[in-house]
Design a protein around this ligand. Structure first.
Ligand SMILES: Nc1nc2c(ncn2[C@@H]2O[C@H](COP(=O)(O)OP(=O)(O)OP(=O)(O)O)[C@@H](O)[C@H]2O)c(=O)[nH]1
Ligand SMILES: [Mg+2]
Ligand SMILES: [Zn+2]
Length: 379
């Protein structure tokens, strides 16, 4: 996290905002983003504005926290309209917002630019643009249970999503109290998480909980992502020292019961915020090339040593990636996982290109229409 502290801002009074907003992570960067968002509003909308953080979204309204405490706000018409064109612009948990108390009920009139965002794209061609799972997360805790057994492929997919979001990924291995071979599993999963801290935890014994809590220090926002039943809500409770989030059992097959149903931000006593999320059912397509390079930094480093710059690591001579698989340095499973996510990333890129072309076409259509209209009305 890089927070500038000396940035001049027209809302220095807001930057000096005490207490609640500060412990939610309000800083000079947020203050500047607030000013920019307010500047874009129509003059008629600038009465009784205040900053707020979205703690939960439900049915066209958001529960928020303002400097004065909780405030439920409806989403303004302009916000909803923008959301119809691009659902990723709709308010989501973790968003900083501009709210207006001028109206009754109060309204959310704009969102501040997001520092980071977890975006889940549609999982099949032709599905809608995407869904933002959480915004302005500083640290993404990828939560994977050690018991009944961890899935390295799922960890890789979620870590890629985390890298893509712009947050710092951390791998949290839960239910360490139940795993007799926790150390061996930690090593195996560490190989699937280059450049990422790996923390085994137990919400039951408290092992590792302090290490995780340290990430939420000083107003940082931490989000938990992982499958249902992984122990995300149990960890939220262990971190906060209170029963904030309901937890559920697991089924006989070890799968979770989807106990958590909405994404919710909770404030920690020592400052900082936590976002609990429901277990992801399908994660879908997650990322572009840059995030893949980070999530698979080991593969990328090997590929730099292939004889051919455009090596596809198939059957080419002098392929350093295949040599590493041969020698056991790179697990074959990991190479397969990388290939799968690579294919998906290419598909996303193609689709984004197609969307950009369609938007360009629409723009020209509008320009031509306007030209025809003004041509006709010319004297
Ligand atoms: N032994 C042990 N059990 C745990 C631990 N953490 C969670 N559990 C159990 O695992 C089950 C699922 O925990 P939850 O915290 O509800 O899981 P979740 O990830 O929030 O699941 P969803 O809300 O469904 O996504 C519960 O029965 C918990 O008691 C742990 O560290 N050790
Ligand atoms: Mg839960
Ligand atoms: Zn190669």
């Amino acid at each position: 996290m890089q927070f500038s502290t000396s940035r001049p801002s027209t809302s220095t009074s807001l930057y000096a905002e005490p207490g609640l907003l500060r412990s939610l992570g309000w800083d000079a960067t947020t203050a500047a983003a607030y000013d920019s968002a307010v500047a874009l509003l129509a003059a008629s909308e600038t009465a009784a504005l205040a900053p707020a953080r979205v703690v939960r979204v439900d049915r066209g309204a958001s529960e928020t926290l303002t400097a004065q405490g909780p405030l439920r706000v409806e989403h303004a018409a302009a916000v909803l309209e923008a959301g119809r064109a691009d659902p990723t612009t709709l308010p989501c948990v973790g968003d900083w917002a501009v709210v207006s108390r001028h109206e009754d009920p109060p309204r959310l009139v704009a969102l501040l630019a997001r520092r980071t965002a977890f975006v889940r794209l549609g999982s099949a061609p032709g599905t809608s643009a995407g869904q933002v799972l959480a915004a302005n997360v500083d640290v993404a805790l990828v939560v994977e249970p050690l018991v009944p057994e961890p899935h390295p492929g799922r960890v890789e997919r979620l870590l890629t999503l985390a890298w893509e979001s712009g947050a710092q990924p951390v791998l949290v291995l839960t239910k360490a109290d139940l795993a007799p071979d926790a150390d061996a599993l930690r090593e195996e999963l560490g190989a699937a998480a280059p450049g990422v801290d790996v923390i085994p935890v137990s919400s039951r014994t408290g092992e590792g909980v302090d290490l995780v809590r340290a990430y939420a220090a000083a107003g940082a926002t931490v989000a938990l992502l992982g499958p249902s039943g992984a122990g995300k809500s149990s960890l939220v409770n262990a971190l906060s020292g209170a029963e904030l989030a309901p937890t559920g059992g697991t089924r006989a097959d070890g799968k979770g019961r989807h106990t958590t149903v909405s994404r919710e931000l909770v404030l920690l006593a020592g400052g900082g915020a936590l976002i609990d999320t429901p277990g992801l059912r399908g994660i879908g397509v997650v990322a572009g090339e840059d995030a893949l390079e980070q999530a698979f930094a080991d593969v990328t480093a090997l590929a730099a040593h292939c004889r051919f710059a455009d090596c596809a690591h198939g059957a080419e001579p002098g392929c350093a990636v295949l040599a590493a698989v041969e020698s056991g340095e790179l697990p074959e499973r990991r190479l397969a996982s990388w290939r799968k996510l690579e294919r998906e990333a290419r598909w996303v890129a193609t689709r984004q290109d197609a969307r950009a072309r369609a938007q360009e076409r629409d723009r020209w259509k509008a320009i031509h229409k306007e030209l025809r209209r003004s041509g006709r009305s010319r004297p």
